[in-house]
Design a protein around this ligand. Structure first.
Ligand code: ADP
Ligand code: ASP
Ligand code: MG
Length: 422
């Protein structure tokens, strides 16, 4: 008997029929003798619908000031699907109980809409499991020190599941989704993408942080920190497939790198359309510019990603960086009001129609020329690179959004990701 955590994403919970299928699958695992904790997402589209209603009532650039209420609102999506799953399980003849985040409780900090889990009390869940119940822990939500409901950021149910698995020292955390594993890139953009049997934790962390939304980055961080055995697999296989076959399907996140070091140099391509570029033009080139610009941005709690400073001409330089598109207007306003006058810079320019495309692979550490192959491939397609950022195991470029699919497809081919692994 093992303690297993299942997580089901929005599409997997998308209709009563699908919830019934989830219930049948969970019941199969429970009847095979496992203790089951299940973490569901809201039904697909529900979180967007709820947040859309809020946008009808308040200007979207002021959304920041309604964060507490947005969390109250968005958390209802998961609460509904958790109750529905408990009902479906009971209708299947299983004993099941659902808990909202505050009932567990899952304690978080107070950063509404992107709260971090601080601790999980597993007493209640454990005693239900001991009594033979399936326990449903509502995903995406928690409670802060003052009793406010918080949410964990978009895609946050992944993190709820892995955090519950870590807190309970579960034997495995299975993330059921609408694709049958982690692919070399998003299979919806590149149909030739290949499913990876295993992916190293470091590569998965990099892919998630670079925009591959198959797993929320914090879930991968939790898995790494607590060494949670974790697998991504499909919820669309027939619910009654052989449980041993199911347990081996999908993609396993591994914590050993050695075996992979000899394999593909690039193991995946990620892309992100959520960023916008901001340039401060004509800045006098003297010490402290980066601090003045980025310090003001950081003080406003805005995260910055790729940064470049151009060579100076006639004592002036241009300074560019990317932020999340949701923070674009706020950042431009802040720079115009506070930073431009102080710096004596000429202008703030921006571009929201950009995207970031990244190649990822731990094999890049030991191979030279990987980045230059990426640049050559893009130049052969006539795609202009606006910004570059590199680390040991990734190279990212910022390009015009309209070339995103072309870039991802061409790079996927150039790095032979469509070919079976050696
Ligand atoms: P869920 O609702 O189950 O959490 P998500 O939509 O959050 O599902 O994540 C699954 C989606 O992630 C897939 O449908 C796929 O389009 C996308 N995706 C992006 N990159 C990858 C990748 N490298 N491998 C697999 N899926 C990916
Ligand atoms: N329902 C939330 C979202 O859409 C959380 C999740 O699905 O993981 O972002
Ligand atoms: Mg998700």
């Amino acid at each position: 008997m093992a303690l297993i955590v299942h997580k089901y994403g929005g599409t997997s919970m998308g209709s009563p029929e699908r919830i019934r299928n989830v219930a049948k699958r969970v019941a199969k695992w429970a009847r095979a003798g496992h203790q089951m904790v299940v973490v569901p997402s809201a039904m697909s589209g529900e979180t967007n619908r709820l947040l859309g209603l809020a946008k009808e009532l308040a200007p979207s650039r002021a959304m920041q000031s309604y964060h507490r209420e947005l969390d109250m609102l968005a958390a209802t999506g998961e609460q509904a699907s958790s109750a529905l799953l408990a009902i479906a399980l009971q209708a299947e003849g299983m004993e099941a109980v659902s808990y909202a985040g505050w009932q567990v409780p899952i304690r978080t900090d107070s950063s509404y809409t992107k709260a971090r889990i601080e601790s999980i009390d597993d007493q209640r869940v454990r005693s239900d499991l001991a009594a033979g119940k399936v326990v449903i822990v509502t995903g995406f939500q928690g409670i802060d020190g003052e009793g406010n409901i918080t949410t964990l950021g978009r895609g946050g149910s992944d993190t709820s599941a892995v955090a519950v698995a870590a807190a309970m020292k579960a034997d495995e955390c299975l993330i059921y989704t609408d694709v049958d594993g982690v692919y070399t890139t998003d299979p919806r953009v590149v149909p030739e993408a290949r499913r990876l049997q295993t992916v190293s934790f470091e590569e998965m962390l990099e892919m998630a942080s670079l925009g591959s939304k198959v797993l929320q980055i914090r879930s991968v961080e939790f898995a790494g920190k607590y060494k949670v055995p974790m697998r991504v697999l499909s919820s669309f296989t027939p619910w009654d497939i052989d449980i041993n076959e199911e347990a081996k399907s999908g993609t396993l996140i591994t914590f050993e790198e050695d075996e992979k070091m000899e394999q593909a140099v690039v193991s995946g391509i990620a892309f992100n359309r959520d960023e916008a570029k901001i340039s401060v033009l004509g800045v006098p080139d003297k010490p402290g510019i980066a601090y003045k610009i980025l310090g003001a941005v950081a003080d406003a709690n805005i995260e910055v990603d790729v940064i470049i400073q151009n060579v100076s001409k006639d004592g002036k330089t241009d300074f560019s960086f990317t932020v999340n598109r949701n923070d674009y207007t706020r950042t431009v306003e802040l720079l115009k009001e506070k930073v431009l006058p102080e710096l004596g810079a000429q202008e703030v320019a921006g571009d929201t129609k950009i995207c970031k495309v990244s190649i990822v692979g731990i094999g890049m550490r030991s191979h030279v020329g990987v980045a230059s192959k990426m640049f050559r491939t893009l130049s052969e397609e006539g795609i202009n690179i606006q910004m570059i950022s590199t680390s040991e195991i990734k190279t990212s470029v910022v390009i015009d959004e309209k070339y995103m699919e072309l870039a991802v497809r061409t790079l996927h081919k150039a790095f032979e990701l469509d070919q079976p692994a050696a």
